[in-house]
Write a protein that binds this ligand. Sequence first.
Ligand code: PLP
Length: 366
Amino acid sequence: MNNSESIKALLLPHIRRIKPYSGVDPMEAMAEQAGIAPEKVIRLNGNENPYGPSPRVAEALGAFPHYNHYPDQDQRALRQGLSEYLSVDPNRIVAGNGSDELIDLLLRMFVGPGDNIIIPTPTFGMYAFSAEVCGGEVISVDRDESFEIDLENMCTAATANTKATFFPSPNNPSGNIASEVQIKGMLDTGMLVVVDEAYYEFCGETAVPLVEEYPNLVVLRTFSKWAGLAGLRIGLGVMHPELAATMMGMKPPYNVNLASEVALLASLKDRSGLMERVDSIVAERDRMMDLLKKIPGVNPWPSRANFILCQLPQDRGKEIFEGLCRKGIFLRHWNTPQLKDFVRASVGLPDETDAVVKALQELVGE
Ligand SMILES: Cc1ncc(COP(=O)(O)O)c(C=O)c1O
């Protein structure tokens, strides 16, 4: 017998069980769902940068003469550029195809069948997804009612097979940061602690200096959010040199493509221009927060990132989220017990904020 069942029988059992990660749809699919033109879509579900990349990126991409060459598997120019940006030795840095790839590489380095990771939920979905791809298990420890990490419960939930934990700071979707006490408390357990600083530039607080002191700490950053390069996929990790050497030796050789490298180096030359846009996004976040607070029944959570998590009236999360989609406004909603009455709105342009606020006023008031 040679049919699809026989090939499926050869799949690893944990891969057969995988639930796909649910990412962001393209504009055309959103437009079709809402029955509107793609340019009318308000896309605030991916925490993307509404201003796009630095203008220097298109220039540099157009002028680069060597796309026929493979990228440098040792990432020399990338690591050097990032080392100056981060004030960290290049041997501590590894670049990835988005920070998603670094999450995947770390888990492949540490987690296999029988192992587990421990995560403070709600949090970014890729940690659980990538751990399950490795055949690992996920121990979820609920954050408290203010979405603070419950360090004591995290430590008691850890087992002899716990290999790693992930602390996004600011956390996606709640927008709050992990404190140094929480990070150090977890580091002292000896497990791998990954502080994911995807939204660092919007808050300015970092665990990078702790990397010198703790060989079990990895800090992740991305150029998707502050630098507007989500579509080009480039992130980085800062870690102990031995860990970085191991990761460099087991990653796919050409994991960061040349266009991403060129775009990253061009972005680093325009840091002040990009940071001005970050300042505009932060100012817009604060304006959005004030407007959301005024809507009866809507409770926005304070955020240090480029998005705001909003609590909606009880049992109405899905209905309001779907109402927004019908109006062409795409936010993020989760069908989980913890988050069923919440939506997360990325901070976009001022007229997008106004449209979200108006639509929420209408839908919540219905
Ligand atoms: C906390 C966190 N980490 C990592 C990522 C993924 O970043 P990248 O685009 O670099 O893969 C995201 C994206 O939303 C995120 O929220």
